[in-house]
Design a protein. Structure first.
Length: 157
């Protein structure tokens, strides 16, 4: 095996460890204030709606690259718990908006994200902008690869 292949293999191992840690963090409910705890998939759905990335089950499904059924379950739970409201639009489309509780959750999530970004900025400061730009380009390509893997798996079914 060439050194480059060994480097890719080691990089994949590190990426796997990072992903597993991220997955562990994602399963830990976060306190958004007033002893209200919410899990990662719910808060990211709230974030997608609140920041305008998606505003319906269909657009959330495309955004997260998961089935409408999976999104519908999360949306129903968030609606029942008072984080989002459903608004009947034209053509039978149901649009989603955050309630005040949803906005509170988004604000808490943004605050958490800011603390994460600050820690990552410390890491970034250890590298030149050229090194960091190369790293970012690699991350984007890895992201594209994983998107392709997801599409391949969808086509296998």
């Amino acid at each position: 095996m060439s050194n480059k292949n060994k480097s890719i293999e080691r990089g994949f191992e590190v990426f796997t460890k990072i992903f597993m840690k991220y997955d562990i963090l994602g399963k830990q409910p976060r306190n958004i204030g007033n002893n209200i705890r919410i899990n990662s998939s719910n808060i990211h759905t709230i974030e997608a709606i609140g920041k305008g990335y998606a505003n319906s089950v269909t657009t959330l499904s495309h955004y997260f690259m998961i089935t409408k059924g999976a999104v519908s379950q999360v949306v129903s739970k968030l609606h029942k718990e008072g984080y989002i409201k459903k608004i009947q639009a034209e053509n039978k489309i149901v649009l989603l908006e955050l309630t005040s509780l949803g906005k509170q959750a988004l604000k808490a999530h943004d605050k958490y994200n800011l603390s994460v970004i600050r820690k990552l900025q410390i890491v970034e400061s250890k590298y030149s902008s050229k090194e960091f730009d190369a790293f970012f380009r690699i991350l984007l390509e890895v992201d594209n690869c994983f998107g392709e893997f997801i599409e391949e798996f969808k086509n296998i079914k």
